[in-house]
Design a protein around this ligand. Structure first.
Ligand code: HEC
Ligand code: HEC
Ligand code: HEC
Ligand code: HEC
Ligand code: HEC
Ligand code: HEC
Length: 435
């Protein structure tokens, strides 16, 4: 009699505890399901890219003239001149206004060969000193332009005074931001799983005690208790299914990573027919990207330079080098140099450089990485749809000096407090990127 009632009592308690365990099991499964969904969607949207950055608005210069001069200098002079005393192709321009008066400088910049031809002694000595390298003439530059350039050269050559932090300046997020995010999620999931395990452990022990499990008499040592709990855990269906789930989760992630990798050429760096180095030309010599990639601020394609652009310098520089001889033979045989294409979107996608570099104010390195440090060009971003979309979600529209956007941004501020992002301007619409 006594025995019987205690069995009934215990089985009731066991029933309640089983209910608990079932609840935990369900909780567990939903966490795992959530984990799969989250990691897939994140893997799609963010894991792709390491170099995309939020819109990097160019830092504003101190005065209007200097800012204008900086743009003019970088686009027209920087490939041959530094603002320091360092020689690039031509002399460093630091202190130029002490060497020459304004009238001479204006004449020189408008027509250097004219000044040399006029017999100007200084000009002829300089010309001889620089191996008769002809400086490009900028006949269209008026006083405004020349003064702006000189103001910029002066301000850039002077020691820098730290100004207030420019709120428009966006720093590059740490590389592999997307990948890290996923790791954080996975790790927190592991922590949650561990916590649930600990809770299970406690409940199992309680269950054991209530059902009168002998092995867990209060007299049993701690070690024995622990051993018994582990045995219980190993025998527990929930735990075993959790382990199976964990494997499924990892396998799924690996599969999806693999699938998204198809057709992605991140890291592609083919050997080129001529050992042309961006590190030397764009890095050390600081030739402006647009000097060679002439379309990059103006059109859809940035374009690859023709051999003639190389000849602006190489008709005089390193003629004897076998690599440079390849440029000569291309010109002589009238065949273009067959550069191997590195970046290549499929035909179904539309991408426009000017929209991003000129209108959006993005820098090349936001998408291409630091080309000026590469001996051989390498594709640094994945160029997947997820990569484009991800940046459009994060980046603000560049409204600076753009009357067209001022109106739109005013309208946007009526409906939303946040800054206007590219996505708010249709940057996620299929037709914007697909023909
Ligand atoms: C293709 C290369 C090239 C470009 C582009 C170029 N220069 Fe020059 N520049 C030279 C060379 C080379 C000299 C030295 C004289 C010579 O050989 O003609 C020179 C000389 C000068 C001098 C005289 C320097 C001194 O020490 O007296 C000034 C000033 C100057 N350039 C300004 C400019 C400005 C401003 C621009 C842009 C608007 C510019 N240059 C663009 C190559 C260039
Ligand atoms: C002196 C000329 C010159 C300058 C300056 C120059 N490039 Fe290039 N660039 C080339 C040539 C030539 C190629 C094709 C050969 C190669 O890939 O190296 C090229 C290729 C590239 C490619 C790969 C194109 C493809 O096939 O997908 C990118 C991206 C690029 N340049 C970016 C830049 C950036 C960014 C800068 C400025 C930091 C720059 N370039 C400056 C000449 C130049
Ligand atoms: C603004 C001037 C300038 C332009 C434009 C330019 N280069 Fe150069 N290039 C140089 C200078 C300077 C050197 C370094 C020469 C030295 O090492 O003394 C050089 C070096 C090279 C070398 C290494 C040669 C060797 O054997 O060391 C190659 C290859 C080369 N350039 C290819 C090109 C190609 C291809 C283009 C056109 C896409 C080009 N360059 C455009 C100035 C220029
Ligand atoms: C590093 C960030 C970044 C990446 C990566 C990027 N974009 Fe953009 N995109 C922008 C910004 C910023 C603008 C807004 C420019 C503006 O109008 O101010 C823009 C605008 C556009 C627009 C015009 C949208 C409109 O509403 O007018 C198109 C189309 C576009 N991007 C296509 C692409 C495609 C295709 C890719 C991928 C191959 C891509 N973008 C990758 C930042 C990015
Ligand atoms: C918003 C991202 C983005 C920015 C910013 C950007 N590019 Fe590109 N670039 C691309 C994409 C995407 C492609 C591939 C385009 C294609 O295949 O149609 C590309 C291709 C190129 C190519 C190969 C030739 C061509 O025109 O397709 C060159 C060269 C190049 N970029 C140079 C530059 C230079 C120089 C800058 C900076 C002045 C720059 N890019 C800025 C995304 C960008
Ligand atoms: C910001 C630009 C952008 C927007 C917006 C965009 N796409 Fe794409 N999409 C791309 C690019 C770039 C590719 C090529 C990616 C690659 O080669 O990996 C692509 C590829 C695709 C593909 C082909 C996938 C494949 O494996 O070849 C489909 C289908 C597609 N997009 C559909 C859509 C649909 C539907 C929308 C609207 C909901 C959309 N896209 C919006 C840029 C965009």
């Amino acid at each position: 009699m006594e025995n019987n009632s205690s069995v009934v009592l215990q089985s009731e308690k066991v029933g309640v505890l089983h209910l608990y365990i079932n609840m935990i099991r369900k909780f567990y499964k939903s966490i795992l399901a959530l984990a799969v969904v989250v990691s897939i969607s994140l893997g799609n949207a963010t894991a792709q890219d390491s170099t995309s950055a939020a819109s990097a608005a160019p830092a504003a210069g101190a005065g209007g003239d200097v800012a204008k001069g900086e743009g003019l200098f970088k686009n027209n002079c920087a490939q041959c001149h530094a603002v320091t005393a360092e020689v690039v192709v031509g002399p460093g321009l630091a202190g130029i206004e002490e060497r020459r008066d304004y009238a001479w400088l204006k004449k020189w910049i408008n027509n250097p060969m004219g000044v040399i031809g006029s017999g100007d002694k200084y000009a002829n000595e300089l010309y001889a000193k620089y191996n008769k390298t002809q400086m490009t003439a900028f006949g269209a530059f008026g006083d405004d332009e020349v003064k702006a350039i000189l103001a910029y050269v002066k301000s850039a050559a002077a020691p820098k005074v730290e100004g207030p932090v420019d709120p428009n300046k966006v720093t590059q997020p740490a590389e592999t931001g997307g990948g890290k995010f996923i790791n954080v999620i996975l790790i927190s999931l592991l922590v949650i799983m561990a916590l649930v395990l600990v809770a299970l452990l406690g409940i199992l022990q309680l269950l054991n005690r209530l059902s009168g499990g002998e092995s867990l008499e209060s007299s049993a040592s701690f070690g024995e208790k622990l051993k018994a709990s582990f045995k219980n855990i190993a025998a527990n269906k929930t735990v075993r299914s959790a382990i199976v789930w964990a494997f499924i989760l990892l396998a799924t992630k690996a599969t999806f990573d693999g699938m998204y990798g198809i057709g992605v050429h991140q890291g592609y760096a083919p050997k080129q027919p001529i050992a042309f180095s961006h590190k030397l030309h764009a890095g050390e010599m600081k030739i402006n990207c647009a000097y060679c990639h002439t379309g990059v601020y103006k059109g859809k394609q940035s374009g690859i330079p023709s051999a003639n652009i190389c000849m602006n310098c190489h008709n005089a520089i390193k003629r004897e080098s076998p690599e440079i001889q390849k440029i000569y033979s291309a010109i002589e045989s009238n065949k273009p140099i067959e550069w191997v294409r590195v970046h290549n979107l499929p035909d179904l996608a539309y991408f426009n450089h000017a929209q991003h570099t000129n209108v959006g104010g993005l820098e090349c390195k936001n998408c291409h990485g630091e080309i000026e440090k590469m001996e051989v060009v390498q594709q640094r971003s994945s160029l997947t749809m997820g990569w484009c979309i991800d940046c459009h979600r994060k980046s603000e529209v560049n409204g600076k000096d753009n009357g067209y956007y001022t109106k739109l941004m005013e309208a946007h501020s009526l409906v939303s407090k946040g800054a206007m992002k590219v996505q708010d301007n249709g940057g996620l619409e299929c037709a914007k990127c697909h023909y």
